[in-house]
Design a protein around this ligand. Sequence first.
Ligand code: GDP
Ligand code: ZN
Ligand code: ZN
Length: 524
Amino acid sequence: MPARCQFPQICQSVQVAKVVHIQSLWMGILKNLIITGILVYLCFALVCDKRYQRKETLISSVHTKVKGIAEVREEILENGKEVHRVFDTADYTFPVQGNSFFVMTNFLKTKGQVQGLCPEHPTRRTLCSSDQGCIKGWLDPQSKGIQTGKCIPYKLQPPKTTCEVSAWCPTEAPEEPPQPALLNSAENFTVLIKNNIDFPGHNYTTRNILPDLNITCTYHKTENPQCPIFRLGDIFQETGDNFSEVAIKGGIMGIEIYWDCNLDSWFHHCRPKYSFRRLDDKNTSESLYPGYNFRYAKYYMENNVEKRTLIKVFGVRFDILVFGSTLKYVSFVDEFHIRMVGEQLLGRSLQDVKGKEIPRPLMDFTDLSRLPLSLQDPPPIPGQPEEIQLLSEEEAPRSSSSPSWCQCGNCLPSQLPRSHQCLEELCCRKKPGACITTSEPFKQLILSRRALQFLLLYQEPLLKLDADATNNQLRHCAYRCYATWRFGSKDLADFAILPSCCRWRIRKEFPKSEGQYSGFKSPY
Ligand code: GDP
Ligand code: ZN
Ligand code: ZN
């Protein structure tokens, strides 16, 4: 019996768990079964997870050569005379690691530095009024040397005193880089990019410079998109940046090489596409070190004293990013899995290629719930069933124009040139049956002008849906909508091939006013 509490205000009841050991064969078996189950599941999940590595491996090597000459004005202060110097490749390029190259566009020089004692340049940190303001041995990461503990004159007129440091003297002045940049003319430099690639999964290698290429060309997005020689100024123009502006403080520019490859031996196609992207943040505030710069020094001996010229270099680092894909994805309405078609088509229709089965990513319905189709239920039509019509498994009537590989009766022959037709020979079904274009979600989601307009505006609230372009916008949106619906993740949707019946049903609803349809293009 617990003792009665005499002071109920300070006593509290305490609960204590009691441990009981039971020797039970069944409990033991159950516990071990559960642990084994969890382990088996974990192993299974890890093995299966490999199948999610859908990005294709591409091995790439890059080599660059920058060419160009610049005349640089360097002022010599003593007699006020200007000196002009010619800079060649060795003067303005620096070795950088990885798939990058660097071109100097501007610099600040501190000449004739020697090891010694000198005052620091005045800043809030280094100004002092007496020796008390300086600490012997003090070492600040921002400073140029080690303080000696003395406060000495930096300048006589107006008088300024700063802490003395043991450093490379005179110390570098905190100066703004020259404007305009000293190597402003670097925009006329050119770079030749050599890129060799290997798709190990296909045992296929190629390179961007083919033997018959005219090496005196200059890259142009539309007129010469295969030329591997780029004028630096043009690269900046492509991204909407001003070279002269970036040249002052430097920056980082990405050159993307995307290999879009169809490794089919019949319709072989594997050429690079170049695009550019500014990688540094051009809106960085002054305090966050905008641009791109580093320091380096040239050492020399003068009268047996080691001296150096310190150079703060501003310039553009170009990072070359190479990626590629040969993969396409297809999905049949009568199959649970998605198929990854990485292998060669060998002249067969896409419909007949087996591919590799990969699990369909689970759908996330959050976006769908925002669609207007859920907002308004149409009033029931008398005499018609209220439920959503199910897709019938009966064989559909075959239209006379439907090609032999079509299983749903609604597909049409491709309009593409012969060499690319097999990519569009794909039905919505693997086995004969009703077409997905007759299903309720297809009508409500893919063909609804209202739903698509909503999606477009959802993405870009200020989008102008002008009369001319609207059909094209809606059609492209419908393609994307279909791909997202049937393939789930964006990863797959970008490389998903639409079945012919869906492609033509969408085109019928939102036709192009003139010209041929261009068909699937990789998104990069
Ligand atoms: P266009 O409007 O004349 O250019 O011709 P299309 O109506 O064929 O639309 C072309 C655009 O839709 C391109 O951006 C294509 O990448 C895209 N597109 C066309 N077919 C497919 C497809 O099968 N899958 C995917 N993911 N996009 C496609
Ligand atoms: Zn079909
Ligand atoms: Zn179909």
